[in-house]
Design a protein around this ligand. Structure first.
Ligand code: COA
Ligand code: AMP
Length: 636
């Protein structure tokens, strides 16, 4: 039992695991690696590759799709439901046993092989939340091909950038997605992306959905059902533990997204371990990550971890509200006897807005539900309190990133449940040696806020490269503080060793749990012919956590009306990044506050826009600007 202050005793299960993972990382993770099936067991834990990157289990061989599917059948789970698809937007539900899912994946892998896809080839997947998206990912893994899923809410240009970077042999897509009651045709977006991209895939495989049929270009585009229906199943191909399983692009501080590369072996071990330790699950139970396969949460906890661990996973094509109402999540929990629900705080804020007293929640039988897990952004204490009061369940915040692939800090309920502290992600997960550093790289004392860093080596499952850019891996993450991974988040430990993550220290913002780059938005806004310069940054929003706001200085003599320019800027970001950017507000100002050396003072702009107290920076070139901007924002 944890003492009342939440501090585990030195011989507690958590502390023992944490200490072992720190003092003997190789021994600790090699023991964990014994718990999954390998085609060839690894004899080494962590080793440095020729690029100087720490790699796990270098001499092991396995296949991730085989682990997630065939191994489960061998373990007697063939008739257990592996995947439940629930789609309020189409009024469809469907369940696949492990046997059925394996068959689908093996045939789809056959269809991909027929289109020339083999080990190491890339396949871009641009699909809505349909079972074929999961099948497509697993089919790639079965062949040892590398998938790169692009979130369906991204616009054609974002897709084109990823296609050029990943250079896929094949693109998997669908005729459309459905946003509440709006049919969004995906195929024209794919066509536009391919028209913009320099790289052209050999083929596309298109899932025709009844809500909108896509035009197929003969010779290039193939019908999913026809191809898969005619394909023979293929077996899993053994890959090296260090071979890439997938690339997942995420927003960095510049316009060019970073292709985070995940390996097979370390990832599989980490996924398995996390299901037990972070989520306290047992094989056979039902896990629901209400996220999207386009995000890391979807990769790890809709697809890979639940299946590798022998759970049933739920794929939900809907929203927390409006499909049809704020009881949507509770309906799904009741219908499938969900044992653990994981989503972003913003989803619960949306539900709370429409069902503040929980009247809708009360109409559902939630007795199967043991725990609620929240991540993607800070779990704000009011949302925590609301959930706690209404459900009486453990409400567990945990902190992680696309780069790590699983929780850096959590309440390790599979080892021991610790006292919950609103606003804290609890303790570092075994394997992650988290430290708070000051600007000089010196460790800070409890209560002092600084850069949240992780001492190397990172545990299995974390990024092992930036696709095509080994230099960027070093400069983005391992250069600021030698020997440490720089998370990009600021935060502190309290006196009890609880970790509080307070937000990004760079140009990344989190809008409704979606990670976006303000740098990228700035590039788009700045490219408008009437714009002289601009700053885009995140301001607090009650529902979505943050929303982007642009401050724009126009060129002298701009001919269009300011309102016209603003609407073009908003439309430009929507067209180039996608609706998901939620860039709806741009304010025209005379000047931007800068240091004497010409750097825009973003921090003070953020503080002004959020109505926070600010100190006028001593380096500012003209302090009067701040008052002007305060007035301008107040009246806009
Ligand atoms: N395909 C196409 N368009 C999409 C899309 C997709 N997959 N996902 C979102 N969009 C569009 C939306 O339709 C909306 O368009 P609009 O501006 O024309 O209305 C826009 O992008 C913004 O979407 P979103 O931020 O999702 O806002 P919303 O008002 O539709 O919903 C929430 C608000 C809070 C309900 C929703 O954001 C949510 O459920 N968030 C949880 C996010 C999550 O799971 N994150 C993963 C981390 S765990
Ligand atoms: P992503 O890579 O999209 O998962 O976004 C990662 C970023 O989301 C982190 O760097 C944090 O800024 C934020 N984040 C994720 N989970 C949490 C959390 N539990 N608490 C605070 N911030 C979080």
């Amino acid at each position: 039992m944890a003492p009342d202050n939440g501090n585990p005793a030195s011989d507690s299960p958590y502390q023992r695991a944490f200490d072992q993972s720190r003092d003997d990382a190789n021994g600790f993770w090699l023991r964990q690696s014994e718990r999954i099936h390998w085609f060839r067991k690894p004899s080494t834990g962590v080793s440095r590759d020729t690029d100087g990157v720490d790699r796990w289990f270098a001499d092991g061989q396995l296949n991730t799709a085989w682990l997630a599917l065939d191994a489960q059948i061998e373990a007697g789970r063939g008739e257990q439901i592996a995947l439940i698809y629930d789609s309020p937007v189409t009024g469809t539900t469907q369940a696949f046993t492990y046997k059925q899912l394996t068959d689908q994946v093996a045939r789809t892998a056959g269809a991909l092989a027929g289109l020339g896809v083999g080990k190491g080839d890339r396949v871009v997947i641009y699909m809505p939340m349909v079972p074929e998206a999961v099948v497509g990912m697993l089919a790639c893994a079965r062949l040892g091909a590398i998938h790169s899923v692009v979130f369906g809410g991204f616009a054609a240009r974002e897709l084109a950038v990823r296609i050029d970077d990943a250079q896929p042999r094949v693109v998997l897509s669908a005729s459309c997605g459905i946003e509440v009651d709006r049919v969004i045709a995906y195929k024209p977006l794919l066509d536009a992306a391919l028209a913009q991209a320099d790289h052209q895939p050999d083929a596309t495989l298109i899932l025709q959905r009844p809500q909108a049929r896509a035009e197929l270009q003969p010779g290039r585009d193939h019908d999913w059902h026809e191809r898969v229906g005619a394909a023979a199943p293929v077996d899993a191909v053994p890959v090296q533990a260090t071979d890439p399983l997938y690339i997942l692009y995420t927003s960095g501080t510049t316009g060019k997204p970073k292709g985070v590369v995940r390996d097979n072996g370390g990832h599989a071990v980490a996924m398995h371990y996390s299901m037990e330790v972070v989520y306290g699950m047992k094989p056979g139970e039902v896990f629901w990550a209400a996220s999207d396969v386009g995000w890391v949460v979807g990769h790890s906890y809709i697809v890979y971890a639940p299946l590798i661990y022998g759970c049933t996973t739920v794929l939900y094509e809907g929203k927390p509200v409006r499909t049809p109402d704020a009881a949507a999540f509770w309906r799904v929990v009741e219908a499938y006897r969900v044992n653990a629900l994981f989503t972003a705080p913003t989803a619960f804020r949306a539900i709370r807005k429409e069902d503040p007293d929980g009247a809708m929640l009360a109409r559902h039988d939630l007795s199967s539900l043991k725990r609620l897990f929240l991540a993607g952004e800070r779990l704000d204490p009011p949302t925590y309190q609301w959930l706690k009061q209404l459900t009486g369940l453990p409400v567990l915040d945990h902190w992680w990133q696309t780069e790590t692939g699983w929780a850096i800090a959590c309440n390790p309920v599979g080892l021991e449940a610790m006292a919950e502290k609103p606003g804290s992600a609890t303790r570092p997960t075994p394997g992650f040696q988290v430290e708070i550093l000051d600007e000089e790289g010196q460790p800070l004392a409890p209560g002092e806020q600084g850069a949240v860093c992780i001492r190397q080596p990172l545990p299995p499952g974390c990024l092992c490269g930036i696709w095509g850019d080994p230099q960027r891996l070093r400069t983005s993450y391992f250069t600021a503080f030698p020997g440490y991974y720089l998370s990009g988040d600021g935060g502190y430990f309290d006196q009890d060793g609880y970790l509080f993550i307070m937000g990004r220290t760079d140009d990344v913002i989190n809008v409704a749990g979606h990670r976006l780059s303000t740098g990228e938005m700035e590039e788009i806004v700045a490219s408008h012919p009437a714009v002289a310069e601009c700053a885009v940054f995140g301001v607090a929003d009650e529902l979505k956590g943050q929303l982007p706001l642009g401050l724009v200085v126009l060129k002298d003599g701009a001919e269009q009306a300011p309102e016209q320019i603003v609407s073009e800027l908003v439309a430009g970001v929507r067209e180039q990044i996608g609706a998901v950017a939620c860039f709806r507000r741009a304010v025209i100002v005379e000047r931007l506050p800068k240091t004497r050396s010409g750097k825009i003072l973003r921090r003070v702009l953020r503080q002004i826009a959020n109505g926070e107290e600010y100190a006028t920076p001593s380096t500012i070139d003209d302090p009067a600007i701040l008052e002007e901007i305060t007035k301008r924002l107040g009246s806009s």
